[in-house]
Design a protein around this ligand. Structure first.
Ligand SMILES: Nc1ncnc2c1ncn2[C@@H]1O[C@H](COP(=O)(O)OP(=O)(O)OP(=O)(O)O)[C@@H](O)[C@H]1O
Length: 255
């Protein structure tokens, strides 16, 4: 198998003496969408933050394009990995455009202003998320869902090779959820690798090339979406009773 990609090798993650997960082996390749599913508190965000180098591993290793994470310089790493966290507030009264332009920071020299091309690119990223009209609004004066779309736009603005997304659609309405999933599919076509953590199996069914089921301190199983998103697997993952997937007849018929 190719050494390229974002890779966890026998990774253990956690906080100080508290180990949250261990023996984690996974790989995200360019042009691939990998979805991570697991119950609340199973350690998905902890794993993502460790893959990004935002917290140290308790064991094992993370490699980016075959090179250990700790050997990357910050600026070069920013061109490899972008992060869409679960929720993010801004301490400053940036406009949405200024905030999205922060995603271009790794491309700029120290203390330099964004160029016209950066502004144009930030505008493209906002349009891709359907929020071009928010560009001159203050980031602290828009809704939570709108801010979540801005977080995604800022990550796109970074032009990285891999995008690590932690429940990017959790606070979005139905149309915006679909818009974000469409963007994920586009990013794959453009050759990016995406690691997407989601609580919604139907989102994984829509975009995933590979699915990782995560619980009880590590990876329960990983494989093709058709195998991992079966009712039996999801019952096992979330410890659901057999009737959990029953829907009213009218809904099952398509309404
Ligand atoms: N800063 C921290 N210090 C110590 N323990 C933490 C910290 N952050 C999270 N934890 C614990 O680590 C475990 C995993 O948390 P994490 O946020 O990674 O789970 P998650 O799967 O992303 O959850 P959710 O689906 O609810 O977002 C939980 O037991 C949580 O209480």
């Amino acid at each position: 198998m190719s050494e390229q990609g974002l890779e966890a090798i026998e990774l253990a993650v956690g906080y100080g003496r508290k180990q949250v997960a261990s023996n984690v082996n996974l790989r995200v390749q360019t042009g691939q969408v990998v979805c991570l599913l697991g119950p609340n508190g199973s350690g998905k965000s902890t794993l993502l933050r460790t893959l990004l180098g935002l917290q140290p591993p308790l064991g094992g290793q993370v490699k980016v394009q075959g090179k250990p994470l700790e050997q990357w310089r910050a600026r070069a790493l920013a061109r490899q990995l972008a992060y869409v966290p679960q929720a993010q507030d801004s301490a400053f009264a940036f406009t949405v455009e200024q905030w999205v332009l922060l995603g271009c920071a790794s491309e700029l020299a120290w203390y330099s202003q964004p160029r016209a091309a950066d502004r144009q690119w930030a505008g493209v990223c906002l349009e891709r998320l359907g929020i071009g009209q928010l560009a001159q609004k203050r980031i602290d004066q828009i809704s939570g869902g709108e801010r979540q779309l801005c977080v995604i736009a800022r990550a796109l603005a970074q032009r990285s090779q891999f995008l690590i997304m932690d429940e990017p659609a959790s606070s979005l309405d139905f149309a915006n959820q679909l818009r974000v999933l469409d963007q994920v599919s586009h990013l794959r076509q453009e050759g990016l690798g995406v690691l997407l953590c989601t609580h919604q199996p139907e989102h994984a069914a829509r975009v995933a090339d590979w699915v990782i089921l995560y619980r009880d301190g590590g990876i329960l199983a990983q494989g093709q979406p058709c195998d991992m998103l079966s009712q039996a697997r999801l019952r096992q993952l979330y410890q659901l009773p057999a009737h959990a997937f029953e829907l009213p007849d009218w809904y099952a018929r398509g309404g």
